[in-house]
Design a protein around this ligand. Structure first.
Ligand code: WT7
Length: 621
């Protein structure tokens, strides 16, 4: 239950002033009446203001010298490259916005984007923003089933995709996946297909259209829609504790102020920087710190299509050398991979242009931090370890370069104007030196507006845990200097290579297989991925175990969700350990998966199961 107590959140004067001042960094068609209108837990930031995100990313940079500055440098996996200036990007976005309009896409209509990392993806996002059609970017690594769920939940009218996507020299058949996804879907009227790989694809008459054909004869002028600050900019699906991913809704005004402010300050942005964020646009990092934040700030962004080890393991450093990248923002899992490959790869390239490094997605272990500092930053570049979430929209806890002293493994302190805290299970603040649940104490501009179509889920999930606080789902420690150390998730979410995987989703996928009776998944520590999925599965009566059954079950998870959710281990067991009331004891399973000594087993219905499980897992691994 949420206790409504609006007073708690009347922002302090300093905060209102801070975020009010930051609001002025954007161009508004109409100024806001109030910095924050708070109807606990629903916020309207910059209430009454009118603006457009694409206008702020493009049009306002066209008056001066920035017009001819590189907005986007694209490096294809095969080594092809393209540079679009702000003027170029503005023209392509306007042109494509007109295409969308010509197919009846109006303000408020949802558009799904299922694409590789190519310029047309950024163009498509900004074209949607320009006409006020919320986009739903679905990561290209998701399966057609996962794509279908998202298209249906959002009731998308149009899908933008490409024929295929390059990955380590292979082709992922995106258009074919779209065709599969749409077999039983009726809401989608048009599929616009970008030609990237050139492989042959089936085009359905009346529904499917080639991008390169429709952009040919269409006007290049398209006025930007005047959006309320509180209107929806996009929906992005993320895993939660239930089997159904949540559509996280972000609104135009607060989000744009939040991401542009943090992007400029956290990355100490200079006009001449070449800024590279390696995240895929299918994740929030790609939205906030590859597209909206940097472009709102007039930065030059680098977009790389492919894998870090294609054609060789020095591909990232080759790119840094080629474009003289100055800021690199990546994830701990990537850093640990580079560590494994060895420093000879970065050593073989001139990466001296780098001046600032960033990390995001999961806790960075001090070893990886030191390696990043030494071999990439050459002990000269500050590292910003930034903590935030799909829901927060913007960086919340981070050092500010040259201002905050750094500690390897800590994401440091809250960003100005952000109030976070650590509380115990009753919601009371913990002392310095202690750990507890990480919460946000006051609204912040880029906060999620709601869960798409489900205000109640928004209230319950995020504001229902402790009255008047936003619950992050993370556990963290506060040290003597007030620095934050994020430990990890406390809910049933696994962080695999910086990607959130809901255990309930993987369990749902396993149970969907005809042989499976019950499944329980936990995260187990993994040297490179941070965590890996470990699944315990019991089979239906009479199912005969055959050699390829485990592989078949893994493939089924890939089909239902995508390869990112593929369990590393599947362990077959006759029964799962349950409490007397029938609840699966995940904590115990986690202990078993990690090979740890077990905690309290006194509530277990049948203690012998645990001994059996433990013995068998140990024998196997
Ligand atoms: C979860 C959010 C925000 C962009 C990418 C992930 C974990 C994120 C850090 C960090 C420790 C981190 C948290 C958080 N996380 N950044 N710097 N240190 N943990 O977004 O998929 O919404 O996942 O990622 O557990 O809750 P996301």
């Amino acid at each position: 239950m949420v206790i409504r107590n609006p007073e708690i959140f009347d922002l302090g004067q300093d905060q209102t002033k801070f975020w009010g001042d930051q609001g002025n960094r954007l161009d508004w068609f109409k100024p806001w009446d109030k910095v924050l209108e708070w109807n606990n837990p629903f916020a309207k930031w910059y209430a009454g203001g009118k603006l457009n995100a694409a206008y702020n990313c493009l049009d306002r940079h066209l008056n001066g010298a920035r017009r001819n500055k590189a907005a986007l440098i694209f490096e294809g996996e095969l080594g092809d490259y393209r540079v679009l200036t702000y003027q170029d990007l503005h023209r392509e976005v306007s042109r494509f916005a007109n295409v969308l309009k010509s197919y009846g896409v109006e303000k408020g209509d949802r558009v799904t984007i299922y694409m590789p990392m190519i310029p047309e993806t950024v163009i498509a996002m900004l074209a949607c923003a320009r006409i006020g059609a919320p986009h739903i970017v679905v990561f290209g690594g998701f399966s057609y089933e996962a794509l279908k769920d998202r298209v249906l939940d959002a009731q998308s009218k149009v899908i933008i995709t490409s024929d295929g996507s390059y990955r380590r020299g292979n082709i992922i058949p995106l258009k074919e996946n779209v065709d599969q996804a749409l077999k039983t879907v009726t809401c989608v009227e048009k599929v616009i297909v970008v030609q990237r790989t050139g492989q042959s694809v089936a085009m359905q008459e009346g529904r499917d259209i080639w991008y390169h054909e429709v952009v040919k004869n269409i006007p290049i002028v398209c006025p930007a829609e005047e959006m309320d600050a509180d209107d929806m900019l996009f929906i992005l699906y993320t895993s939660g504790t239930t089997g159904k991913p949540k559509g996280i809704v972000h609104s135009v005004g607060g989000y744009m102020v939040g991401v542009s402010t943090t992007h400029e300050r956290v990355f100490d942005l200079k006009d001449e920087d070449v800024y590279w964020c390696t995240a895929d646009v299918g994740w929030i990092t790609g939205h906030s710190y590859l597209v909206y934040g940097p472009l709102a700030n007039g930065a030059t962004i680098l977009l790389y299509e492919g894998a870090p080890d294609y054609p060789d393991k020095d591909r990232y450093w080759e790119i840094v050398e080629k474009y003289k990248v100055t800021i690199l923002y990546t994830a701990p899992t990537a850093i640990r991979t580079f560590m494994k490959w060895g420093e000879k790869y970065p050593m073989g390239r001139d990466i001296s242009s780098l001046r600032l490094l960033g990390s995001v997605g999961e806790p960075i272990n001090p070893d990886a931090w030191m390696w990043y500092h030494k071999h990439i930053g050459k002990e000269r570049c500050p590292i910003v370890d930034t903590w935030w979430q799909t829901e927060t929209g913007m960086i919340m806890i981070t050092p500010i370069p040259e201002v905050t002293p750094l500690k390897a493994g800590s994401c440091a302190v809250p960003f100005p104007g952000v109030k976070v805290g650590i509380v115990d299970h009753q919601g009371k603040p913990v002392e310095k030196g202690d750990s507890g649940y990480l919460v946000v104490r006051e609204p912040w501009p880029a906060m999620l507006k709601t869960v798409y179509g489900d205000d109640k889920r928004y209230e319950d999930t995020y504001w229902g845990q402790y009255a008047g606080m936003y619950f992050t789902g993370d556990e963290a420690k506060w040290d003597e200097d007030g620095y934050f150390w994020v430990i990890g998730r406390v809910d049933d979410v696994i962080n695999v290579s910086g990607h959130r995987i809901g255990t309930a989703e993987v369990e749902g996928a396993l149970v969907d297989h005809p042989a499976v009776a019950e499944a329980a998944c936990v995260g187990r520590t993994h040297a490179v991925k941070g965590q890996a999925v470990f699944a315990f599965v019991s089979l239906k009566e009479g199912v005969v175990v055959h050699d390829s059954l485990i592989a078949e079950l893994k493939a089924h998870v890939v089909l239902k969700i995508g390869s990112l959710a593929r369990p590393d281990d599947i362990f077959l067991t006759d029964e799962l350990p349950k409490t007397r009331s029938g609840k699966i004891m995940r904590r115990l399973l986690k202990d078993i998966a990690e090979g740890r000594a077990m905690g309290d087993t006194s509530t277990l219905a049948d203690a012998s199961i645990v001994d059996l499980l433990k013995k068998n897992v140990n024998q196997k691994t």
